[in-house]
Design a protein around this ligand. Structure first.
Ligand code: SAM
Length: 474
């Protein structure tokens, strides 16, 4: 048995030892996979393209563009040829897909999210699982996507926006801040835990330098702590999916066994491992746990402090201003929507002001989540951004354009270009475009029919309203 099988120079000896203990005779094949090429994956976004029922035209366009081949464990997932660079394609800006490591798609599949449910993605950035869960929810219900690190939460929020997700609230809180506020709140919780990342060594060799047996133990302790908070927040009868992209048992099977031993109300229903030498993807561990319907309802244990807090405030702290000012802003948006996107239908929720912007905050089916639920919480995106409030007028939000369904955009001013048209590239660079004579007002720019942003037409010109941060270099 020789470790010269792997030419990977940086694998620590203690990691190779751990691998041999874990895999026995299978270790050589596993270690050899470090020298094999990695696979690239993308997941079609059902909020944009009906991934399961693509029309012949849509499917062949996407297939030929990126040489798509189905990923067996994810109905919306496809391998792509990396030379086609889908991340640079205008369809990416339109949110038609999310680029995701193929094995990582298995966890949200196991969560089996349903439209109308109340779901938490507890460690969500950059948003692979969040966008997959949102696709399964089809815009119905409430999805709280949380990421503890503010900079990563911003990236998560951008991906939520690009994928046209309307029913997600993006927060940046620690698990304990959430569990004190939302006991027994969620039908399903996704915990894609921070881990030692052994499954990412091939994709991201920098991760190797961070690995040590001590780091593995630190990760296991942190996972146990986060799991405690997830347990509090899951409803009786709810489903928790725990996943990692690491191989060692401490962060996987052992973590699960310890958790169910401490929590008899939980049943470990299923575990699965994806190995890079056995499938076309990196390493992943997925565990499905259910909480007994008879479990004590943690909502009953809610602290008086959290109850009084949720009664006290009617709107998020940043709503600011007086009620009549908010009413005026709301009526400005309503007038804009009636005029520009008359077919727009927002689901159950409420308007909230956040900074200078107006948002539509989604409600949960039990009526537990309202604007006051966010009081004191670091919120990055309180739902769908509708518009920016300017003096006596409203500027529609980019998020609104990319969240429009095709039937909602139908009666709006739209100008469509093909993906390879020079106008599309010019729009994505932030340039003004030529407008048809007579076109005036807010106009949705689409690529092959898929919205990518707003422009404002006047004097035969389309003034570009793509947010500066999304503009591409020439
Ligand atoms: N689910 C994400 C996806 O599919 O794109 C990937 C999540 S990544 C594996 C784990 C995340 O947990 C990281 O974004 C990390 O910042 C976050 N994290 C780190 N420490 C944490 C903690 N103590 N509590 C909760 N999340 C934490």
């Amino acid at each position: 048995m020789s470790d010269s099988l792997t030419t990977h120079p940086a694998l620590p000896a203690s990691y190779i030892k751990q691998t041999r203990e874990l895999l026995g005779d299978g270790a050589d094949a596993f270690l050899a996979s470090y020298d094999a090429p990695r696979a690239y994956g993308l997941r079609l976004n059902p909020l944009k393209v009906n991934a399961l029922h693509l029309s012949e035209g849509e499917l062949s366009r996407l297939k030929s563009e990126f040489d798509l081949q189905p990923i067996p464990w994810c109905a919306t997932g496809y391998y792509y040829d990396e030379t086609t660079r889908p991340g640079k394609h205008p369809y990416h800006a339109a949110g038609l897909y999310y680029i995701q490591e193929p094995s990582a798609m298995s966890a949200a599949e196991a969560l089996d999210a349903q439209p109308g449910e109340t779901i938490l993605d507890l460690a969500a950035a950059p948003g692979g699982k969040t966008t997959q869960i949102a696709g399964a929810m089809n815009g119905e219900g409430l999805l709280i996507a949380n990421e503890i690190h503010p900079a990563r939460a911003k990236i998560l929020s951008e991906n939520v926006e690009r994928c046209g997700i309307r029913n997600a609230v993006v927060t940046s809180a620690s698990p304990d801040q959430l569990s004190v506020r939302f006991p027994a709140m969620f039908d399903r919780i996704m915990l894609d835990a921070p881990c030692s990342g052994e499954g990412m060594f091939r994709k991201d060799p920098d991760a190797i330098a961070e690995w040590s047996p001590e780091h593995v133990q630190m990760c296991a302790a942190r996972q146990a702590d986060i799991l405690e908070h997830a347990a509090i927040m899951l409803k009786p009868g709810g489903r928790l999916v725990y996943s990692t992209c690491t191989f060692n048992r401490s962060e996987n099977e052992k973590a699960m066994n310890t958790f169910v031993a401490l929590h008899p109300e939980f049943t470990l229903v299923h575990t699965e491992r994806l190995w890079p030498h056995q499938c076309k993807g990196e390493g992943h561990f997925v565990a499905v746990l259910t909480k007994s319907a008879e479990a004590e309802d943690a909502a009953a244990l809610r602290s008086p402090e959290s109850d009084s807090r949720s009664r006290k405030v009617g709107k998020p702290s940043k709503t600011g201003g007086k009620a009549n000012r908010f009413d005026l802003e709301l009526s400005l948006f309503e007038a804009f929507a009636k005029d520009t996107v008359p077919a727009l239908r927002l689901g159950p929720g409420e308007p909230v002001r956040f900074g200078d912007a107006l948002y539509w905050l989604p409600h949960d089916k039990d009526g537990r989540f309202t604007a006051s639920s966010m009081e004191g919480l670091k919120v990055v995106r309180p739902g769908l951004q509708l518009g920016e409030l300017k003096t006596k007028r409203i500027e529609p939000a980019h998020a609104l354009a990319v969240a429009l369904r095709s039937n909602e955009a139908a009666n709006a001013n739209t100008v469509s270009y093909s993906a390879d048209a020079p106008e599309t590239a010019a729009y994505l660079r932030g340039e003004a475009l030529q407008a048809d004579t007579g076109l005036t007002g807010w106009t949705i720019i689409t690529v092959d029919g898929y919205p990518i942003g707003w422009a404002k037409a006047s004097n035969d010109q389309l003034k570009n309203h793509l947010p500066k941060g999304l503009r591409r270099m020439s």
